[in-house]
Design a protein around this ligand. Structure first.
Ligand SMILES: Nc1ncnc2c1ncn2[C@@H]1O[C@H](COP(=O)(O)OP(=O)(O)OP(=O)(O)O)[C@@H](O)[C@H]1O
Ligand SMILES: [Mg+2]
Length: 573
């Protein structure tokens, strides 16, 4: 019997590997730029023609290679980055498999020019994986890899390439991602002769983010800094009110390595619960730091995904980190004429962290049995807004904060307060109600009658005791009293109409949806005058919430006018 099994020649093996590693020009750009960063480059220059289909050139000023190493680097499994399988645990470089260069070389015409310094270098010419020429040339420290005619010898792959502009976009994304991961390195990306991205070395992460994502988005971000268990999470996330259903940018890093993970993105989005319109997708930039042995980076051919040892923990901490960042007062919207709002924080503003939420009691402005504003906890929170609290246009509360002037929308703020109080009270029974001597009777539509029926339990728990009164009429025997101007009949009708119409329909959780509907209808309205005590009490309660700066529709409850902005306007700085 003739032998049927044969070992494939290296060039064929490389082409097969290339199928996994080099899917399109952007993957070659990513691999080459990662090599440059692994080589300690402080500047990486990338040049593309026709979206990388005809030319990809990546130059760096990194450590370069000697002649022997340069030739060896083009062999399969030739790497300087690990020596044994044990080194895979906690590998800190982007590369470790020793397959990117040979894989790209096997499906292109490649030239590598490299030098460790001293003016002399090596130039290697490779054609479809075969080394054709090795010369000594003059060159400064660093490496340039030029890739022409990608996939010239694999027509099937070439056929799957998209338009030049679509390939160019993918390469831009790849470079942008690396640029975000390495703000200490400079990047220049040129496409068909035009500069498409240029960032200098040694940038602060915030400045890098602004340069890559644009000031427009950067202005809408708030900082994240959180640690729990074995994870530390830092970065920036978009203020709920600035998020939109489309056009978001999301980037995750684990120990300095960009990766994709839709479950973690979803966990981060879960942190926005009750503060964002359900269809909106916030931009996210989150870096996770954990012990290297707790993540496996060797699970994806292009290293785009990682595996967590404690995935549930990673998701939980990510959600908490987002929640925590949104609850801080520096997550509030900022009035500013230009520049990023990042870091617009100030001492004494982290109300939600330091102060436990007072048990809601009967809610804001409630009569005698309410927790008095003078209680020690309330007073503590009141320190957040010393001095006068003014009301303007019968709608906004204004006070002097530590960093500037703070404006609060009284309706949005009260909505947030009631929402959180209701959610807390759902857990332990319900809210106190006021019995009516004469029941209120209300005429409803068929749909509204259905809504009352299906929400009867929740209605009762917030204080509405509803009984049928014949036909489409119901009688309210008891009602909640969230504030003295509360019109129970009107609130009930509006709520029931909202529930029947499926408003807040995007909210997954039924109780949360119900609480948001009630909060929206029960809150004081814009145009209601509030006295000084009521203003302070509203602010006290707001600052004690878990997410003070955002209402239940994803709008701001708080807008800050920073002192420095005022000073700039008046020419004081
Ligand atoms: N720009 C560069 N500067 C200096 N050395 C480089 C450069 N590019 C590649 N090398 C050397 O060539 C080796 C092979 O590179 P290659 O990308 O094929 O493998 P790797 O980076 O080790 O692993 P991976 O396949 O996971 O990327 C590297 O380990 C490195 O020593
Ligand atoms: Mg590599």
């Amino acid at each position: 019997m003739p032998r049927r099994i044969a070992i494939l020649p290296d060039t064929v093996a490389d082409q097969i590997a290339a199928g996994e590693v080099v899917e399109r020009p952007a993957s070659a750009v990513k691999e080459l730029a990662e090599n440059a960063l692994d080589a300690g480059a402080s500047r990486v220059r990338i040049e593309l023609e026709q979206g990388g289909k005809t030319l990809i050139e990546v130059s760096d000023d990194g450590c370069g290679m000697g002649r022997e190493d340069a030739v060896l680097a083009l062999d399969r499994h030739a790497t300087s980055k690990i020596r044994s399988a044990a080194d895979l645990v906690g590998v800190a470089t982007f590369g470790f498999r020793g397959e990117a260069l040979p894989a790209i070389a096997s499906v292109s015409r490649m030239r590598v020019t490299t030098s460790e310094g001293e003016g002399e270098g090596t130039e290697i010419e490779v054609n479809g994986g075969r080394v054709e020429r090795v010369d000594t040339v003059a060159r400064q420290r660093g490496t340039t890899v030029t890739v022409r005619s990608l996939f010239f010898n694999t027509p099937a792959r070439r056929k799957f390439l998209r338009s030049a502009s679509s390939e160019a976009r993918a390469s831009w994304d790849a470079v942008a991602t690396l640029a975000l991961a390495h703000p200490e390195a400079g990047f220049e990306l040129r496409m068909d002769g035009r500069i498409r991205l240029a960032v200098p070395p040694g940038q602060e992460p915030v400045a890098r983010l602004e340069a890559v994502w644009g000031a427009e988005i950067a202005r809408t971000l708030v900082p994240v800094e959180y640690a729990a268990g074995s994870f530390r999470i830092s970065g920036f996330i978009q203020r709920p009110g600035d998020a939109a259903p489309t056009g978001r940018r999301a980037q995750l890093f684990i120990n300095g390595r960009p990766f994709r993970d839709n479950f973690l993105i979803r966990a981060a989005e879960a942190g926005y619960r009750s503060a964002i319109h359900p269809g909106d997708r916030p931009s996210l930039f989150l870096e996770i730091v954990t012990a290297p042995e707790d993540v496996d980076v060797n699970v994806h051919p292009a290293k785009l995904e990682v595996r967590f040892r404690d995935r549930i923990g990673a998701e939980r901490v990510t959600e908490e980190a987002v929640r925590h960042a949104l609850g801080r007062l520096d997550a509030a919207a900022v009035m500013r004429s230009g520049g990023a709002a990042l870091g617009a924080s100030g001492p004494g503003w982290e109300a939600s962290e330091k102060r436990p939420a007072p048990d809601a009691g009967p809610m804001l402005f409630a009569p005698a049995e309410a927790e008095p504003a003078e209680s020690p906890r309330a007073l503590e929170a009141a320190e957040g807004f010393p001095g006068l609290v003014a009301q303007v246009f019968d709608t906004y509360l204004v006070y002097e904060g530590p960093d500037g002037i703070v404006f609060v929308d009284q309706h949005s703020a009260h909505e947030r307060v009631i929402y959180e109080a209701v959610m807390r009270r759902f857990a332990d029974g319900g809210l106190p109600a006021q019995r009516l001597l004469l029941p209120l009777t209300l005429e409803l539509t068929d749909e509204e009658m259905d809504a009352v029926e299906s929400h009867r339990d929740a209605l009762e728990r917030i204080g509405f005791e509803v009984a049928p009164f014949g036909g489409r009429t119901v009688a309210l025997h008891a009602v909640p009293v969230p504030h003295p101007r509360f019109d129970a009949g009107r609130c009930f009708k509006e709520m029931v109409a909202d529930l029947a119409r499926g408003r807040f329909g995007g909210w997954a959780n039924r109780l949360e949806r119900f609480a948001a509907t009630y909060a929206c209808r029960a809150a004081v309205k814009g145009g209601d005058p509030l006295d000084e005590r009521e203003r302070r009490e509203l602010l006290t309660r707001l600052l004690a919430c878990s997410l003070p700066p955002h209402d239940v529709h994803g709008r701001s409850t708080i807008v800050q006018l920073p002192r420095e902005e005022l000073e700039r306007r008046f020419g004081r700085r």
